[in-house]
Design a protein around this ligand. Sequence first.
Ligand code: GDP
Length: 348
Amino acid sequence: MTLKKKQSSTTKRIAKIKQLRKQEPSATEIVKGIVEGDKAHLARAITLIESSNQNHSKKAHQIIEASLSKRTASIRIGITGVPGVGKSTFIEAFGKMLTGLGKKVAVLAVDPTSSLSKGSILGDKTRMELLAKDPNAFIRPSPSSESLGGVARKTRESIILCEAAGYDIILVETVGVGQSETVVHGMVDFFLLLKLAGAGDELQGIKRGIMEMADGVVINKADGANKVEADKAKIEFTSALHLYPAKDNNWYPKVLTCSAIQNEGITNVWEMITEFTNLATKSLSFDKNRIKQNQNWFVETVNDKLYHNFYNDELVKTELNKLLLEIEENKISPFFAAKKLLKLKESP
Ligand code: GDP
């Protein structure tokens, strides 16, 4: 072979390798990669879940279906608290402690406002720098979607993939200022509220009902001059929590203090969660809760689909606009208009 011919065959071979690299792996290949613990495959699959492209959704579904039977038993922990309370500092310390115990930790986020406010939680790669570098941790920012329902679905599906990848601790972070905590509460086994000492709930922007959802409250920044205040707040919150009835499994939410930045009190939080899961497993409420969550997820998915299909129907769109106009002109009552619109999609 002449030198020229040799060079051209090498160039062709390199081009082919490059092309193969560019080719998207199949759903089966991605699942294989996920199960083998390849973070790139896991990240790629989550990107498919988050995509609005129909072909991507189809592939994402195949991956999720195939991953369901491959899941590791996990503990799903929701972590909420207002911005600045120290969520990312806490998750870094907590996550590192867990990987130190041999656990595999995945961190996901539910932050439906991130695309609007750009203040995305987990969006900034420099947050949780140590945990991000840990081979036994996987961090994924919140999907940027404007609807809470959409973000919730994507996060739930991502949980399944993380479990198939062998992550046995799933942390779901959310900002405790809106509806997203309720949604996260509905997808986790343990719900942790991070608080600060010395400021009322209203001042901290904590909505009513969040305390009621919490399985554990941790007062962060219990260090320096703040330590005394934090200990006082612990006593106050403990008595406030006693006003709520015990949870299904007879669990009384606990209040702890910690300093995420100084890595103090972090193991106590894990001990509390272990105590909770032991109790919940014994009383079968752990599995019952997951079944209830799956049932809710099923109903929500059906509702979403019905809603989407109905409002995206061309006939419905046209008739809806007509009826809105008729209501404006007082030609029809809202109830009759609703009946008329719904009748459009009723089967004969
Ligand atoms: P997030 O918005 O809830 O994620 O809060 P960050 O983790 O970003 O923390 C907000 C600020 O509080 C940062 O300046 C942290 O360094 C600081 N911080 C976090 N945890 C602690 C703590 O335990 N003690 C003290 N003193 N500061 C902390």
